[in-house]
Write a protein that binds this ligand. Sequence first.
Ligand SMILES: [Zn+2]
Length: 216
Amino acid sequence: MIASHRALLDALHEMGAAGLSPGASGNISVRVDDGMIISASGAVAGKATDNDIVFVAEQTTSLIDWPDDQPRPSSEWQMHQALYRSHPHINAVVHCHSTHATALACMRRPIPAFHYMVSVAGGDDIPCCDYALFGSEALSTAVCQTLEHRHACLMANHGQICIADDATRALALAKEVEALAASYLLCLQSGEPVLLSDQQMAEVMNAFSHYGQRLK
Ligand SMILES: [Zn+2]
């Protein structure tokens, strides 16, 4: 099995094991030469096999001519494709309906700077993009716009989505978003958490950038 398939399959299994993708929800893709590979429509992440990985060529614009006897890509394939086009530096996309992130998304409530780890999404909040029908071009546009300056966001009345330079990092980010969403929801049950200031979050971003340099 080629490395990109292995990475995608491993990420799907891990997403399933982590309980981030109830039922057949959630999908992951990895950028490859001339397109992407993405989990198949209806694939159950934790039980995915090589047959649940579908190649979608870069120039694909519709599935009208997709062969009936071949597994079809996830219904969100165009959202993944749009993200690779708008974010040339990324190589993996993880989308899931993890419980706590989805709960916040259904309240259309972004995650503010209530915890320093919110900065893993690339700024001082984890925004929530506008609602649009699943699989629609409007949803692709909303997600691409919201992720212009972030690596992760909530999707109104839907779930969460994360982008990164590989599948392992994108999945780790999705887990972090889910954990932060759970903590934030717990805080909201007790009132409103104290938020970090812009300066405090800037210090966190600065510390992480140095931390990253040391790890290289
Ligand atoms: Zn979805």
